[in-house]
Design a protein around this ligand. Structure first.
Ligand code: GDP
Length: 375
């Protein structure tokens, strides 16, 4: 026992005069049972009605917006139900924004760039929401958006709203949640939306399918292989920016700009007729930022004039409807308990070549059909 220490410790023996072990105190629990109860009670009280959520969002209340986004991200059916009601009511107030996708490999300077560009936007008095698609849960640590201190200025800017990526779930699920979050942010008056993703995987396609403008950040001197950028991603870009064009890197960045511009000429013409631009910037020194913003502005003016803007948004809406159906059907099927059991047995049979893959798939789908009919 802590109280008895003075007697049992060898240091307290007269032989070791001058040494003394003080008595300790019994540590108090850091959270008392009472305070937990109070917290839970207050939390309960704070549950809002759908109308209150919608009103808060339309008033631009960041706390309420964040709570609504949490509902969107939740996988609990009761949360999803409220979230969907909120989304439907916010839809008429959404859409009036510029949605910009920003991608590039880790280290290229995305968070530094978002901060520089973000401040450029908010300095004009405009609001900006920064969202992310990052389905890998491993990246929560060290993630730009998970670690807000890396966007210190922007995260304390009252005109900016930064929301880390919903970390759990499949890419499709995470992307859908991000798309729904866009609707809520727009209804809350955020007329500029950034969606950030790491430029190494599948998530660019998902981001591309929900933004008006897709910006790829690159570095000079690092081969495309090294940057892990696939040709398909370059083809999706409406602009490429060579970042870190500062110090003795300026010249190399200029050369890279010309190389990429030449490479883009070889790509097929875009549907809108827009010619993707290659620019240079230093997110760190905040140079070249306004030129990129002017390019985005030019793109928006051109595409709104030609109606391509609306056409693309319509296509995206259709795409997300089908995506959501596919995801739901897949989930229903794979998460069905009976199917799960039969799936394992069937897999063994396929591996033993007792039945073919196609027969196995048909059999499972037939069984699922049967289960659905009996519900
Ligand atoms: P992310 O992983 O793509 O988000 O990259 P970060 O924004 O975290 O930047 C990675 C590193 O590059 C950091 O040390 C930044 O300070 C640095 N960095 C970002 N932008 C620039 C730039 O324009 N110039 C220079 N010299 N360094 C930069």
């Amino acid at each position: 026992m802590i109280g008895d220490q003075s007697h049992s410790h060898i240091e307290n023996d007269p032989e070791y005069m001058g040494l003394n072990v003080n008595e300790g105190i019994v540590p108090l629990p850091s959270v008392s049972e009472d305070s937990v109860k109070r917290f839970l009670k207050n939390k309960k009280k704070r549950t809002l009605s759908v109308a209150q959520y919608v009103e808060g969002i339309l008033n631009g209340d960041i706390t309420i917006l964040s709570q609504a986004v949490t509902l969107v991200e939740s996988s609990k059916p009761e949360h999803q139900e409220i979230a969907q009601e909120i989304i439907v009511k916010c839809l008429p107030f959404s859409g009036n924004s510029v949605r910009i996708g920003i991608t590039g490999v880790p280290g290229v300077g995305k968070s530094t760039f978002i901060e520089a560009m973000g401040k450029h936007i908010t300095s004009k008095g405009e609001k900006l929401a920064v969202l992310a698609i990052d389905p890998s849960s491993e990246r929560t640590k060290g993630s730009i958006l998970g670690d807000k201190t890396r966007m210190e200025d922007l995260s304390t800017d009252p005109l900016a709203y930064i929301r880390p990526s919903p970390s759990a779930g499949s890419l499709g699920g995470v992307a859908r949640k991000t798309r729904e979050t866009i609707i809520l942010c727009e209804a809350a008056g955020y007329n500029n939306i950034f969606i950030e993703t790491v430029g190494v995987g599948q998530s660019e396609t998902a981001v591309h399918s929900m933004v008006d403008f897709f910006l790829l950040l690159m570095l000079a001197g690092a081969g495309d292989e090294l940057q892990g950028i696939k040709r398909g991603i370059m083809e999706m870009a409406d602009a490429i920016t060579i970042n870190k064009a500062d110090g003795n890197n300026i010249e190399k960045a200029g050369l890279a700009r010309i190389q990429y511009q030449n490479a883009l000429h070889l790509f097929p013409a875009t549907e809108s007729g827009w010619k993707p631009k290659v620019l240079t910037c230093s997110a760190y020194m905040k140079t070249g930022i306004s030129e990129i913003w002017d390019t985005i502005d030019e793109y928006m003016t051109m595409n709104k004039g030609s109606n391509y803007f609306q056409h693309r948004r319509n296509e995206q809406s259709k795409f997300w409807m089908y995506e959501t159906i596919n995801e739901q059907l897949r989930n229903n099927f794979y998460q069905n308990e009976k199917i799960k059991t039969i799936m394992e047995e069937t897999e063994v049979k396929v591996l033993k070549e007792e039945i073919s893959s196609f027969v196995a798939a048909k059999k499972l789908l037939d069984i699922y059909d049967q289960i659905r009919r009996n519900i």
